[in-house]
Design a protein around this ligand. Structure first.
Ligand code: ADP
Ligand code: MG
Length: 242
């Protein structure tokens, strides 16, 4: 059974069509890399999964349930989400940010969950717990955002261009951390990126979006050999041999 299933998703903003009939599914333990140029509908699709956006047509099922049948707040707290800009609360410390969801869930050990999540995201809690986001580098801030997303131990993780603003070396390190987190098990992810090479590195399956539609989809390991049309163009731009 798919943990996330999207069936014929349509979303319009006035005359603009953000999603134009998208169907995708993600099996437990997989990571779907969602690739596409700016404006292709990636963020809209991600936000339809945790009901930050409601669709005009089609539906999304999470863990087998149509999301419109679920309480949106509970749904969101059960899904780790790294927003495109990180979305940290600036006047909260790293530990307060990382402990947010376990705290909202009323867990007694919220701060302990937060500390463990910082550690898993590659930040030593003894060094970083009491710092504020403004006292961190871009890469460290994104690690706090990841810590916040995983602190409550969600089985689903949605990542929206989490490493898009990082320099190449920092980005490579962050990608490695994400791959380790996934290997540690138990999490199913949708990882949005505009970089096809990044998707092929971190994801098990890759879907390329264009103008609100899925232009191409393939297992990551087969992609380089099988890409045609728009995906091949993107691969070429990404410097990946086809
Ligand atoms: P991506 O994440 O791939 O860059 P988005 O999902 O953010 O793309 O946007 C897809 C399209 O929907 C774009 O044309 C964008 O301008 C439009 N759009 C997204 N959100 C809104 C909104 N809240 N209001 C109006 N238009 C929007
Ligand atoms: Mg986006």
């Amino acid at each position: 059974m798919a943990l996330i299933r999207i069936e014929g998703a349509v979303k319009r903003y006035g005359a603009a069509v953000a999603l134009d009939g998208v169907s995708l599914s993600v099996a437990p333990g997989d990571c779907l890399g969602l690739v596409g140029e700016s404006g292709s509908g990636k963020t809209t699709l991600l936000r339809a999964i945790n009901r930050l956006t409601d669709l005009d047509a089609g539906r999304v099922l999470v863990r087998g349930d149509p999301v419109e049948s679920l309480d949106p707040v509970r749904l969101r707290r059960s899904i780790g989400y790294v927003q495109q800009d990180g979305g940290l609360i600036p006047h909260w410390t790293c530990l307060a940010n990382a402990s947010l969801v376990p705290g909202l869930l009323g867990r007694e050990e919220a701060r302990e969950h937060g500390r463990r999540a910082l550690d898993a995201a590659g930040l030593d809690p003894d060094t970083f717990a009491d710092r504020y986001p403004r006292e961190l580098s871009g890469g460290q801030r994104q690690r706090v955002a990841i810590a916040r997303a995983i602190a409550a131990g969600p089985d689903i993780l949605l990542m929206d261009e989490p490493f898009g603003a990082l320099d190449a070396i920092t980005r490579r390190e962050a990608q490695k951390t994400f791959i380790q987190l996934r290997r540690a098990g138990g999490v199913t992810a949708v990882f949005v990126t505009h970089d096809l090479a990044e998707a092929m590195l971190v994801a098990t399956d890759v879907a390329v979006m264009r103008a609100g539609r899925v232009a191409f989809q393939a297992p990551a390991e087969e992609l380089a050999g099988s890409a045609t049309g728009y995906a091949a163009e993107l691969l070429e731009k990404a410097g990946v041999a086809v």
